[in-house]
Design a protein around this ligand. Structure first.
Ligand code: ADP
Ligand code: TYD
Length: 202
């Protein structure tokens, strides 16, 4: 049986973890084996890279360094985990993938979507998801859900950065038809009902 690679995208606090869990429960109920992963991270090496990227003390980090570190963590995740899992026929549910880099680094940091795509093409070595679900929530609303605990280096960026990221996701949809936009300013159950429809049409 062929594996399925599902990616959840959306601003910080848009409900990606919540939906990842629900999608996992749904597939498990149908007898499939599930693997979850998050970006940046998901491997021993990737988690170390994650700590460097999100450390609030790393104020001097160049945006290109940031983009390369995200791509490096992703390369490790793809080769060490995601490809082997898919070859074993598993369902892989990842919170974030290249689309996050295109939006946060390409648009939010102003590095350019095409430039960031180049380093990511190298990093993912051709691995494209079967489905990308973009949770559409106004960034201020999403951040309020999230910042109760203090926030990491990226979450603590100004609201204007998160607004650019949000607008960036909307732009990206025009170029990547595999992205399905989901209105995520509703109840968890209403959102998941839509996701189930998309999954079942796969
Ligand atoms: P993300 O993984 O995108 O950062 P989470 O799934 O961790 O987002 O959700 C952030 C917070 O918002 C959590 O406290 C979660 O319980 C809550 N949350 C998730 N989905 C919704 C929703 N549809 N409505 C209200 N709160 C939500
Ligand atoms: P995390 O707390 O895992 O995300 P979330 O808030 O969605 O649960 O933090 C990851 C942060 O890294 C988040 O602010 C988005 C950012 N990011 C990028 O800037 N580029 C990327 O390629 C990825 C994967 C994440």
């Amino acid at each position: 049986m062929k594996g399925i690679f599902i990616v959840l995208e959306g601003p910080d606090g848009s409900g990606k973890s919540t939906m990842a869990k629900k999608i996992g429960d749904y597939y498990r109920g149908n007898g499939r084996e599930i693997e979850f992963t998050r970006e940046p991270g998901g491997t021993k090496i990737g988690e170390k890279v994650r700590d460097i990227i999100l450390d609030n003390n790393n104020t001097e980090m160049d945006y290109r360094t940031e983009a390369l570190l995200y791509a490096a963590a992703r390369a490790q995740l793809v080769s060490e985990k995601i490809k082997p899992w898919l070859n074993e026929g598993k369902i892989v549910i990842s919170e974030r993938y290249v689309y996050s880099s295109l939006v946060y680094q390409g648009i939010g940091r102003g590095l350019g979507v095409e430039e960031v795509m180049k380093i990511n093409d190298f990093a993912i070595a051709g691995l494209k998801p079967d489905m990308v679900l973009m949770l559409d929530v106004n960034p201020e609303k999403a951040l309020k859900r999230k910042l109760v605990g203090g926030g990491d280096r990226l979450e603590n960026e100004h609201v204007s950065f998160h607004k650019e990221v949000y607008e960036g996701y909307k732009k990206l949809i025009q170029f990547f038809p595999e992205i399905k936009l989901i209105n995520a300013e509703r109840s968890i159950e209403a959102i998941f009902r839509d996701i189930k429809k998309i999954i079942n049409s796969l």
